[in-house]
Write a protein that binds this ligand. Sequence first.
Ligand code: PAF
Length: 281
Amino acid sequence: MIETVTEIKRLRALVRSWKKEGKRVALVPTMGNLHEGHFTLVRQARRHADKVVASVFVNPTQFGPNEDFDRYPRTPQADVEGLAAAGCDLAWMPSVEQMYPLGVDMTTRISVPGTVTAVLEGASRPGHFDGVCTVVSRLFNQVTPDVALFGKKDYQQLAVIRQLVAELQFPLEVIGAEIVREDDGLARSSRNQYLGEAERAAAPQLHRVLREMRAACAAGLPRQLVEQSAAAALGEAGFVVDYAVVRQRDLAEPVDGQAGERVALLAARIGSTRLIDNLEF
Ligand code: PAF
């Protein structure tokens, strides 16, 4: 049976009672409007812990002034039903007041410095990672999980959170879970539902271009050429490209000819919807 909790006192009491019994607690942070990607995280969390908490909170501090905070889909009832079916024990659904008691403007913000937050999403969405780190730090303080799971679709977010956890010495393990895709390759995302019919038909091109980038790198093409061709291919498919890059797994720029594990990352707009995706190789 899942319990829905909206008060911090109740959350803390439940987690305390579990810990007294020696139970391991997992946290799956979400912004709701849950889909198979989230439910996979919950099922995976079960393998790492005795109790699974999923937070559902559309976090105002991580949206820019012209972003989609107001229209971000909110589906709390369906979320709780889906979480229960996936085996979640507790849905933590705080109000903005519970999360930010002094109000959003008076929030103590957590900011991770360095390349990991400055490039790519950090450059395209100023302040975004400060908002993510601010809310994730609060969730860690509230839930005190032993393990927290994040999807790899937000590849840079996962890298930022790993740095946050290491630097602030949160006593928990961070696990990155593989991307869940539709049959045509489109990565599952709450934002996919913004897509009109023609946009939805074009959206799998992101995954196709990522696979082409992987093949071109394997064939030894210079990185800049790979990135330029990817941006051009997306442009032809109707996208406005924010970035199309190949990076080392730590998001540093790779040196041509040097072997090593890489990741190709894309962010592009189709119509008014901004999509991101990536592929490790
Ligand atoms: O990935 C998300 O859905 C959000 O950025 C997160 C981690 C739940 C923080 O609001």
